[in-house]
Design a protein around this ligand. Structure first.
Ligand code: LLP
Length: 450
């Protein structure tokens, strides 16, 4: 297919991961389309967005966030969905999810602050974290949110803080269930050796202790085994282990009001990878949860904390080609670096690359896409077969909505990029591009250096 030419209606062209139905608008990965050989997101032509807002640029499809959230809610109709704010803490996204009735899993006071500002009610927030400051615990108590307690040490600190404020805080213990999620080691969180949670064998005693302490009411139990999980068996194993604990805790006279199973559902970053759907995730958890609660005669609420599934595939990172160099490899130097999307450098993650201004079916050469950061590991994609790439082409890194902007930095003196939200072909800036003055933010010179 030539640049800019449409194919005749009804014809099907198979792209790398792109299935193109030749009508006026073609489809890539459900919510991405091709129009006039350009990549289109939320009805907006990405090459126009790049011109209008500059690059690098994060672009999020609003409708996709909503439909992903709905898919989760439909799969778990009786559960509370606490969106994991760490995945993408952009204010507009938190606001959209608040309006959908989402709660929040927050991991810092900063995330709590943003979630509250976005309109998520305190009753629907759980404060997670393995190393919270006294300030954070105090804020949680003052605001009246639930706290997932990660150690006995933290339990005692929290009890003292709550007592001194004359308040009662509802807690869950974060359990380390010793379950392998079969995912990347850096995002496996429920292994015996992981830093998170209390070993299963010590959990019942922890509840006994919590029950005696002032300022504390043990209200729930919590675990989270990892992220980008592609197999449902670990979810079932974790639910069984958690329900064994629920049985023991019920046996000592504590009536748990919620069981929080965390999240971790993966998304298909790469072609051909089979990932469970939210419904399959539900099938792995609900039968065990429902049968065991029925047998015990209790009715705790189930909580889930999805992050990646809600936002991962909603967003692309647009980046402009600065330079193409033939060396040991065909290096394509782009204007985004790992300061904006660290996942490939940090976890060797795959993100699909599309030449947004020339979405051709056939690759023409093999390219390695690299950023401008002074680090050898600043590589987005290795040896990808892509259409001919030239200076000023616009590349799109797909599935960049989870742990993309939220893990960004200004490394190498690079202000962060802008973010836009698109819906029905309209684009709104939801975060301005940082200007260079931001690099001086908060910095001061001692008098002797003036
Ligand atoms: N709940 C807790 C307690 C968590 O620690 C996490 C993620 C989540 C929920 C949400 O998990 P999700 O549904 O997104 O898998 N930066 C890594 C992922 C780190 C996940 C941290 N915890 C990445 O880019 O793959």
């Amino acid at each position: 297919m030539e640049k800019g030419r449409l194919c005749s209606p009804g014809k099907k062209i198979s792209y790398n991961i792109i299935s193109v139905n030749c009508a006026a608008m073609f489809t890539i990965k459900d919510h991405l389309e091709i129009r006039n050989n350009h990549l289109v997101i939320g009805g907006a032509d990405t090459t126009v967005l790049a011109e209008q807002f500059g690059t690098p640029l994060y672009v999020t499809n609003e409708s996709r966030v909503i439909s992903n959230f709905s898919a989760y809610r439909t799969a778990f109709p009786d559960a509370h969905i606490y969106y994991a704010a760490k995945a993408n803490g952009s204010f507009a996204i938190l606001r959209m999810l608040a309006r959908q009735g989402a709660g929040a899993d927050v991991f810092s006071f900063g995330e709590l602050y943003m979630a509250l500002l976005a309109g998520i009610p305190p009753q629907k927030i759980l404060f997670n974290g393995n190393s919270k400051t006294d300030f954070e615990l105090q804020k949680a108590v003052e605001i009246g949110i639930k706290v997932s307690v990660d150690s006995l040490d933290e339990l005692h600190t929290l009890s003292k803080i709550a007592d001194s404020l004359g308040k009662i805080v509802e807690i869950a213990f974060r359990v380390n269930p010793d379950v392998s999620p079969k995912t990347h080691p850096k995002i496996s969180t429920g292994l015996k050796t992981s830093k998170f949670g209390i070993p299963s064998g010590e959990v019942v005693d922890a509840y006994k202790e919590a029950d005696k302490l002032g300022g504390i009411t043990p209200g729930g139990i919590h675990c989270h085994i990892g992220s980008q999980i592609l197999d449902t068996a670990p979810f079932t194993e974790a639910t069984q282990k958690m329900m064994d604990l629920v049985e023991k805790i019920t046996g000592i006279g504590i009536n748990l009001k919620f069981v929080d199973m965390g999240s971790g559902l993966g998304i298909p970053y790469e072609k051909g990878i089979k990932v469970p759907t939210p419904r399959e995730h539900a099938k792995a958890i609900l039968p065990v949860f429902e049968e065991r609660t029925r047998a015990l005669g209790i009715s705790p609420k189930l909580i889930l904390e999805p992050g990646r599934f809600i936002v991962g595939d909603t967003t692309i990172l647009l980046t402009r080609v600065n330079t193409v160099k033939k060396a040991a490899k065909n290096f394509v130097g782009v204007d985004a670096g790992f300061n904006l999307l660290v996942r490939p450098a940090m976890y060797d993650s795959y993100h699909h690359v599309v030449v947004a201004n020339n979405v051709k079916s056939q690759g023409e050469d093999t390219y390695t896409i690299v950023g401008p950061i002074c680090e050898t590991g600043d590589i987005f994609a290795k040896d990808r077969t892509l259409p001919q790439i030239e200076k000023n082409d616009i590349l799109a890194l797909l599935d960049a909505g989870a742990y993309g902007f939220s893990m960004s930095s200004q490394y190498n003196g690079r202000p962060r990029c802008a973010e836009v939200l698109v819906k029905d072909g309209e684009a709104d800036i939801i975060r301005s591009r940082e200007d260079f003055e931001v690099l001086l933010n908060g910095q001061k010179l001692p008098a002797r250096l003036m």
